[in-house]
Design a protein around this ligand. Structure first.
Ligand code: FES
Length: 317
């Protein structure tokens, strides 16, 4: 995948757990334009190993002098967010991919209902820019744990006015999805980004209420879980490698110098799908892309987030 070299031009602590990074191009030129909901993948070298994490672009898609991302510190993850928080500072240089949009606003929608939980607010920041610029009808519903965890609340209040509603869990404010989705006019599209339980609840509620499948949009990037090491045979490349516990299958394949496709690196888009040729143990599916039947069949794997409890897994790559 082609990449851009960038320098960190600003770092701002937004909440106790969230930092906002401003990135500019090393050569001073403008970034490619993007649309609201796009993400980039940031490559970082952690103890000699390359980790790549996806982050939503938050700034205005019209302003291409800088890209903006926010990172929530995840102590229990494999170290990418901790690296961004503890090691990356103004002047640090990073490599990023070109933007990809897997969470685009539907242009034909009569209205947009945006539902965010926690750090899941980030893709909506650029979508709101698009909607304000084009005069789109929308509502933002943003839930978070406690007042200090409401990243960008004041900014959103200023930009969205009475289109924004905030739900602070510690103050007992709960988002009632049934009520919210039940009262929307025909032609509305709804979008959710946040914790797994919230994404599932929104999708299930919309389905129960009879929303057309094409009007329900979600984005959820899983961090690749660590797990037991296993041997991986790449049949076309004719090599065998070890996937160590702290790397994803995809990262191990890349570290071996083999090109593998990806877009989201979070188990959502399906781009990295590989055919399983042989497995002497179960596959641990961690993606949101394959159906339950496909997962049970064990013929496909998403190497960006999934692993195997095998001695040897063979895939068609
Ligand atoms: S890269 Fe999107 S599912 Fe793996």
């Amino acid at each position: 995948m082609s990449t851009l070299n960038v320098t960190v031009a600003g770092v701002e602590q937004v909440t106790p757990l969230v930092k906002h990074f401003t990135l500019v191009r090393d050569d001073g030129s403008l970034f490619p334009a993007f649309s609201g909901g796009s993400h980039i993948v940031v490559a970082m070298n952690i103890n000699g190993r390359i980790h790549r994490n996806p982050y939503s672009l938050m700034g205005s898609p019209e302003e291409t002098g800088a890209y903006h991302i926010s990172v929530r510190r995840q102590e229990k993850s494999r170290g990418g967010s901790v690296h961004m928080h503890d090691r990356v500072r103004v002047g640090s240089r990073l490599q990023i991919t070109y933007p990809v949009n897997l969470f685009a606003l539907e242009k034909r929608a009569k209205k947009h209902v945006l539902i965010a939980g926690g750090i899941g607010i980030t893709p909506f920041m650029s979508q709101i820019e698009d909607l304000n610029r084009t005069g789109g009808d929308y509502e933002l519903h943003y839930a978070f744990r406690s007042p200090e965890h409401g990243a960008f609340r004041a900014d959103l209040q200023a930009r969205c006015g009475n289109r924004a509603r905030f739900y602070v869990e510690s103050e007992g404010a709960m988002l009632n999805l049934q009520e919210l989705l039940g009262k929307q006019p025909l032609g509305t599209h709804t979008y959710v980004c946040g914790p797994h339980a919230m994404v599932v609840a929104m999708i299930e509620t919309a389905r129960e209420l009879g929303w057309p499948e094409g009007h329900i949009h979600s984005e959820q990037f899983s961090a690749p879980p660590s797990g037991d090491a296993f041997r991986l045979k790449l049949s076309k490349s004719d090599i065998e490698i070890v996937v160590p516990s702290e790397l994803s299958m995809l990262e191990a394949i890349e570290a071996a110098g083999v090109d593998a496709p990806y877009l989201c690196r979070g188990g959502a888009c399906g781009r990295c799908e590989l055919e399983v040729l042989n497995a002497d143990g179960p596959i641990v599916h961690n993606d949101h892309y394959l159906t339950d039947a496909e997962k049970a069949a064990g013929k496909k794997i998403m190497p960006c987030v999934s692993r195997a409890k095998c001695n040897l897994l063979e895939v068609n790559l």
